[in-house]
Write a protein that binds this ligand. Structure first.
Ligand SMILES: Cc1cc2nc3c(=O)[nH]c(=O)nc-3n(C[C@H](O)[C@H](O)[C@H](O)COP(=O)(O)O)c2cc1C
Length: 217
């Protein structure tokens, strides 16, 4: 077994205190996201909007994958995917999910528990049409999460669709591809601190009011 016991870092970049945080977690997220985005732009090391999304599968076990956050506002967080994918199928049965951001350079994580619903067809259409044509065709080509015979299967389908749409230049959004809005009911902000005594502030939605708690690290 490879021993990683010596891989230890001291977390001392910042702190999170009840006196400084925003009353609303989405405002707090906006603040942290701006800082992460600025750092990502400077270093080009990570994408600040890359998040882990966990859903619960039919066997009761969670499954996690990285997804790009595409927008957010006071209602929640929006991402786009294939509704027939593994995550899409999980969400048909259980609409709860956990979104997770880890911004290593800032020694921060954000954990969001949310109920997911599909965004409107108009919103999905609008975002789909804003994507580069290659990504649009890619979404139409891929039966995401299904077993496919080989790489050629995708390449052939790509050629076929490129040919089909080359004159019109308009790729219609596949009906099985679109956005989800994750409406949060719990958001935890975690800031690394020395001696493993990290700051954890939890926002919890109780009767439509965000309550704020400090959790032990
Ligand atoms: C950096 C990064 C960004 C990704 N963004 C997306 C995305 O926005 N939407 C998406 O469906 N998959 C995205 N993926 C692929 C997913 O991680 C995953 O492989 C795919 O959605 C299938 O997941 P599922 O089979 O669990 O449903 C991304 C992967 C990486 C590494």
């Amino acid at each position: 077994m490879e021993n990683l016991h010596d891989k230890r870092k001291v977390y001392d970049k910042s702190q999170l205190s009840e006196n400084e945080i925003e009353k609303n977690p989405m405002a707090q997220f906006k603040k942290w996201f701006a800082e992460a985005s600025r750092l990502a732009d400077e270093t080009e090391i990570f994408e600040a909007n890359a998040m882990s999304v966990s859903t619960v599968e039919a066997d009761g076990c969670p499954r996690t994958r990285i997804i790009l956050l595409k927008s957010y506002d006071e209602n929640g967080f929006v991402f786009y995917t294939n509704y027939n994918s593994k995550k899409g199928k999980s969400l048909e049965q259980n609409h709860c999910a956990c979104l997770h951001f880890f911004w290593a350079s800032l020694e921060r994580q954000v954990i969001i528990k949310a109920k997911l619903e599909k965004v409107s067809e108009e919103m999905s259409d609008e975002y789909f049409q804003s994507r580069p044509e290659g990504s649009q065709i890619g979404a139409a080509v891929s039966p995401q999460s299904e077993v496919i015979p080989n790489r050629e299967f995708l390449e052939n389908k790509l050629k076929e669709l490129e040919e089909k749409y080359k004159d019109s230049g308009v790729v219609p959004r596949p009906k099985h591809w679109g956005g989800y809005l994750a409406k949060p009911y719990e958001i935890e902000f975690w800031q690394g601190r020395p001696n493993r005594l990290h700051d954890r502030i939890l926002y919890w939605l109780e009767n439509s009011v965000w309550k704020i708690y400090r959790l032990a690290p």
